[in-house]
Design a protein. Structure first.
Lengths: 411, 102
């Protein structure tokens, strides 16, 4: 970490940070109280940096060493239950190992924040980037935010606490391994006092208290049940309904929190996706995470060639901003979706969501899906341009629907 | 009136008698105490009470003589196993009180 500028307007200090240090700074500024994480490539520097903060007295938190990712998230959910603000970070197999506890944190409605440094999953072994790990956890009931750059990593973690603690749903902040985690770029690090103004202390919805003993998340059968006090209590299904309702309603919270963040720090996150030149675009590239930045370069090149191309960079994947996506794609005739993941046997996950969002609406765009960048395969802007040109050509030939995605690889 | 009125956000209950329903209905055998063998009764002072300590459903009283709340006793038989004086015997409900069959 090199300090580049110290003068600043009093509100910001610009540091050169890689994504992992940006995440650690975000957690520190959020005044996390309990950290439990298990090191895994490429996430390890997050845990190392945070343990240094705690050890060096720079962060007043409990750093709990655990023997696995499953335990890491178990510690975070338990600590969250007794009223602590908790943080964990992981990647790939670590996230897969957390799977059970991911469901538990969401079902127990605990506002844990997790940084997922996106990495490919074996077999075969691979430590490089794609988004298969977090996409595989899509249905665990977590809010998922994807950062395009290291500034967004830091900003998203701070916002994640405010969102999670408002709607009582855990938040996963995802950023691409190496592409962001180990790549340094300028990041504005807000002052602690400003973050304190933005983020109030955590108020748990329930708290374990020996003076008022309760059972939480006990065996809950299918049907509602009258408790010993004569009150009709939720069955399993009612509690699951409330989780879905919370995610549906969280869309407003996410945009409100993003707007408030912008008012205080000058970087607004009021939309659930980033738009680049969508106003006049009839061809739209959709991508998520750092790939959305590459797509902007591709759009520049396609614009130079005379095509009206825009980019929709998905920022929030869960809850999925269906109606906003429909609005943004209204004028498009071709949508090219690039996925760094695949739901085997069908297509890329974001492509499915875009198609689902457009169903039943007036948008009649043709949708093409390309699988790119798995296991750290480099994705060049030129390749995205070629994919768009290829899609345009097939469109001209009258091919409206492709059943399966194309892969940009050498098979 | 739906369940929303309970205002719970996650699964929640308070420890209370009968919170899990009348669990005595689950029982297929029940404990019978031979008071003449029971240590607190024999010594007429608070002693042993291992059955009270080990009962997972907290249905055994710490009294002389001990009492078992049959409304909630599930008939697990732990008390019979743990009793050092062999004062408790498990009796099969069916044999004790056979259901009438067609």
């Amino acid at each position: 970490m090199i300090l580049v500028s110290k003068k600043i307007t009093k509100k910001v200090t610009t540091w050169i940070l890689d994504g992992n240090h940006a995440a650690a700074q975000g957690a520190k500024l959020s005044r996390v109280q309990v950290i439990a994480a298990y090191p895994i490539t490429p996430q390890s520097p997050v845990t190392e940096t945070l343990s240094e903060f705690v050890e060096g007295g720079k962060l007043d938190a409990q750093y709990i060493a655990v023997e696995s990712e499953h335990s890491a998230l178990a510690v975070c959910t338990s600590a969250s239950m007794v009223g602590a603000r908790t943080f964990t970070a992981t990647s790939a197999h670590g996230l897969a190992y957390m799977h059970e506890m991911l469901h538990w944190a969401a079902g127990a409605r605990l506002p844990v924040v997790l940084a997922c440094v996106n990495r490919a999953i074996g077999a075969p072994w691979n430590v490089l980037n794609d988004q298969q790990d977090s996409i595989s956890q899509r249905d665990t009931g977590w809010i998922q935010i994807y950062a395009r750059n290291n500034q967004e990593v830091l900003d998203s973690i701070i916002q994640a606490y405010k969102i999670a603690e408002s709607v009582y749903v855990p938040v996963m902040v995802c950023y691409d391994g190496y592409v962001l985690s180990h790549t340094e770029m300028p990041v504005n690090v807000p002052l602690q006092e400003d973050v304190d103004r933005f983020l109030p202390p955590y108020k748990p919805h329930t708290i374990l208290d020996p003076a008022n003993p309760k059972n939480y998340n006990l065996v809950t059968l299918a049907n509602p049940r009258i408790n010993a006090e004569g009150v009709l209590c939720h069955g399993y299904m009612e509690l699951r309904y409330l989780l879905q309702e919370a995610l549906q309603n969280s869309r407003e919270t996410i945009t409100t929190v993003g707007r408030e963040f912008g008012e205080l720090f000058g970087r607004s996150y009021a939309r659930m996706f980033w738009e680049d030149r969508l106003d006049d675009a009839d061809i739209v590239i959709v991508a998520m995470g750092s790939l959305a930045m590459e797509a902007i370069v591709a759009a520049d090149m396609l614009r130079e060639a005379g095509h009206k191309v825009g980019v929709l960079g998905l920022r929030v994947f869960r809850p999925f901003p269906k109606s906003d996506v429909v609005q943004a794609l209204e004028k498009s005739r071709l949508v090219v979706v690039f996925d760094k993941n695949i739901s085997y046997g069908i297509e890329g996950a974001t492509c499915s969501e875009i198609k689902s969002a457009l169903y039943g609406n007036s948008v009649r765009a043709v949708i093409r899906n390309f699988i790119v960048g798995l296991g750290g395969r480099d994705v060049k802007a030129r390749e995205l341009v070629d994919a768009v040109n290829k899609s345009l050509l097939s469109l001209k030939e009258g091919v409206l629907n492709e059943e399966y995605p194309e892969w940009i690889c050498d098979i | 009136m739906g369940t929303r009125e309970c205002q719970h956000i996650c699964g929640e209950s308070s420890p209370a008698v009968g919170e899990a329903g009348k669990t005595g209905e689950w029982r297929d055998s029940f404990p019978v105490i031979d008071q003449a063998k029971c240590l607190p009764v024999r010594q007429n002072k608070p002693a042993c009470f291992l059955c009270w300590l080990y009962c997972p459903d907290a249905v055994i009283s710490r009294t002389i003589p001990i009492e078992i709340d049959m409304k909630y006793c599930k008939g697990c038989g732990i008390c019979a196993q743990i009793c050092p004086a062999h004062a408790i015997t498990m009796v099969n409900e069916e044999e004790f009180c056979p259901h009438e069959t067609d």
